[in-house]
Design a protein. Structure first.
Length: 178
């Protein structure tokens, strides 16, 4: 079993080690990564923010590793404030199509994969809208939306939500289920 450091712990280490010559790295979850082709869009966002380097992208977990000097970028910020400030800046740079939040604390083996066939996701904007409906629900740890496959997928914490709740949220917002 792989041990994972919480985002708050890794940011605390990042803040403590910022005196080093090389920027420290922190793993965060990215919202808005609903399809693999969004990686290019994400890289363009970080290209506009040279103080933060996008070190790696893991689409399957919707996690990225960011490298930056926290003391220079967010002087005297506490770990939770760093996440909020990263999120605010990423949202602004991406016209609110991407965001940042702490990595999931739910073990991967506890997550259940849900697939929901849908119709009408015929463009990137439609996919983003459907993705956001599902991704914002409590208990959804990660989601994807594909207009090519006509499918929304989600990794959920079954103690907090289920497929019926996801389908109901989609229907309520006008998404056609197959």
């Amino acid at each position: 079993m792989r041990l994972r450091m919480t985002t708050a712990c890794s940011i605390a280490l990042l803040l403590a080690s910022s005196a080093e010559a090389e920027p420290a790295k922190v793993t965060v979850r990215v919202t808005g990564m609903f399809s693999p082709d969004r990686e290019k869009d994400l890289r363009e966002v970080f290209a506009e923010w040279p103080e933060v380097k996008l070190a790696s992208v893991d689409f399957d977990s919707a996690e990225v590793i960011l490298a930056f000097d926290a003391d220079k970028l967010f002087p005297k910020a506490k770990p939770a404030e760093v996440i909020a400030r990263l999120d605010e800046r990423v949202r602004n740079l991406s016209n609110h199509t991407f965001g940042v939040k702490a990595v999931s604390t739910v073990p991967k083996e506890k997550l259940k994969r849900i697939e929901i066939p849908v119709a009408g996701l015929d463009c990137k904007a439609c996919c983003l809208a459907a993705y956001e409906i599902v991704a914002k629900l409590d208990g959804v740890e990660q989601a994807t939306a594909s207009f090519k496959a006509g499918l929304i997928t989600a990794l959920i914490d079954a103690d907090k939500t289920d497929k019926a709740k996801l389908e109901a949220a989609l229907k309520q917002r006008g998404v056609t289920l197959k």
